[in-house]
Ligand binder design. Structure first.
Ligand code: EPZ
Length: 418
């Protein structure tokens, strides 16, 4: 296991390019199963989750060759429809092969992804939606056993929750179903829109992505495509918050400010200077951080994937902030580490109250998961003295060479073997 050693107190300054989005790349890799032949992906981030998804594809007999920021997926050799537990337990997003396998092979056997430390994370909406498209699905001995007698049939699917993964799995299956599928209350995340754009390049007939109703008209066949993945708005938001918490000034290139609207509004409310033009964002941290209220919501609301990070920033605000997490019931794994660094945080169910302190103190903390780990790194950047964040493998799942990016901006951070 690696750890980061961070000497806090250095304002971040400089310009960075944002990597491709992890949460667009993972479903797009799964979508490559919908066709035979070679699909070509660009701007793919170098993350352990991407390596894991490529392993899932290879377990299915598919070739997935990564080179720098490109991945070539040749799914002509798809030979199996089973995804084993040891891969699914590494990464829940492995379940995104379920829809494509049903559409391509008419059967699938995928291990049930367990919950994780941010919540139970059920998959009932995935399974119910696929059943409505004609799949018979049973859960037996920890595996999802799915099959289709003849063809998947288009249907009207209503999602109780605008689930990102369920929207993607049902959309995958619907692209090759007979007839039309309407998905009501789908996820409107930019990453889901990017997946829809990739599917349309493959020949899928999809309308309404980013709205409250997705229409998919099934086609007979899909074809390999080339695609450059959209920039990662969560990485972008994390780096901009690092600028604010260290009272620095950071410019991010190749990121659409549209993806970050709410986050930028919140940073302005805290007293940061924010300038945007069509594909660049500049944020300069103010000398004083004002307290704010934040409530996570499905896109375009404040992303749950940036909640741990903004919770860290408000630890240094002058006053009391409230953060309400409405997406994942246990997404508070970062609080223990923040308290160890002197933060004053009180949790009541889905809400935390943060009384700002003048400074955070150095400590040795452990990354609990991807975004909780990123939050503790931000705390280390602001804390006085030397802190360490252990089990950084969690952060590596969602951030490419984070320590190199932060060092380029003037942070004193290094990776060490723990
Ligand atoms: C995706 O996870 C992202 N992962 C998550 O990012 C992100 O936090 C999440 O969407 C919410 O935006 C990827 O895209 C790979 P959901 P997903 O289904 O699809 C409930 C990160 O850090 N739900 O949108 O698993 C669920 O319990 C990760 O990059 C059901 O009830 O999330 C949750 O409360 C973490 N039944 C809510 O919906 C279901 O069948 C949103 O979950 C599915 C979900």
């Amino acid at each position: 296991m690696d750890k980061f050693i961070i000497k806090g107190g250095f304002p971040l300054k400089g310009k960075l390019r944002v990597n491709g989005a992890k949460n667009a790349t993972l479903p797009i890799l799964a979508a490559c199963l919908l066709t035979e032949g070679k699909s070509h992906l660009e701007n793919v981030p170098c993350l352990t989750d991407i390596v894991t998804m490529c392993r899932v594809l290879e377990e299915l007999g598919v070739k997935a060759e990564r080179e720098n920021k490109t991945v070539e997926v040749d799914s002509a050799s798809l030979a199996c429809w089973e995804t084993p537990y040891d891969l699914v337990k590494l990464m829940r997003a492995s379940i995104l092969v379920l829809g494509p396998l049903l559409a391509r092979c008419r059967r699938a056997r995928v291990s049930l992804p367990g919950g994780c430390n941010i919540g139970a994370r059920p998959v009932d909406l995935h399974l119910e939606g696929l059943r409505q498209l004609g799949a018979s699905i049973e859960v037996r001995n920890g595996y999802i056993e799915a099959r289709v007698k003849k063809n998947l049939q288009g249907a009207n699917v209503y999602l109780d929750v605008p689930s990102v993964g369920a929207t993607e799995n049902i959309m995958f299956a619907a692209t090759l179903a007979k007839g039309t599928t309407l998905i009501k209350n789908p996820s409107c995340d930019p990453e889901v829109i990017d997946v829809a754009n990739f599917l349309k390049k493959m020949g899928a007939h999809i309308e309404g992505e980013g709205t409250d109703m997705l229409r998919i008209d099934g086609v007979k066949e899909l074809f390999p495509a080339s695609h450059s993945v959209i920039p990662d708005r969560i990485e972008a938001g994390t780096l901009l918050m690092a600028a604010v918490i260290t009272k620095g000034e950071v410019i991010l290139e190749r990121i659409s400010p549209d993806y970050l609207r709410i986050i930028l509004d919140k940073l302005r409310q805290m007293g940061a200077e924010v300038d945007v033009d069509n594909y660049t964002v500049r944020v300069k941290g103010g000398d004083v951080l004002k307290p704010i209220g934040v409530k996570t919501l499905p896109y375009p609301g404040f992303s749950t994937d940036l909640q741990p990070q903004i919770t860290t920033v408000v630890c240094l605000a002058e006053g009391t902030s409230t953060i309400t997490e409405t997406i994942f019931e246990s997404r508070f794994t970062h609080i223990a580490g923040l308290k160890k660094m002197g933060a004053q945080i009180r949790r009541e169910k889905a809400k935390v109250e943060v009384n700002g302190v003048s400074s955070l103190r150095r400590a040795s903390v452990t990354a609990p998961d991807i975004r909780g780990g990123a939050a503790l790194v931000l705390a280390g950047l602001a804390a006085e003295g030397m802190s360490e964040v252990k089990e950084i493998n969690h952060v590596d799942r969602g951030y490419e060479k984070l320590e190199e990016k932060l060092s380029k901006l003037g942070a004193r951070i290094e990776r060490m073997r723990d």
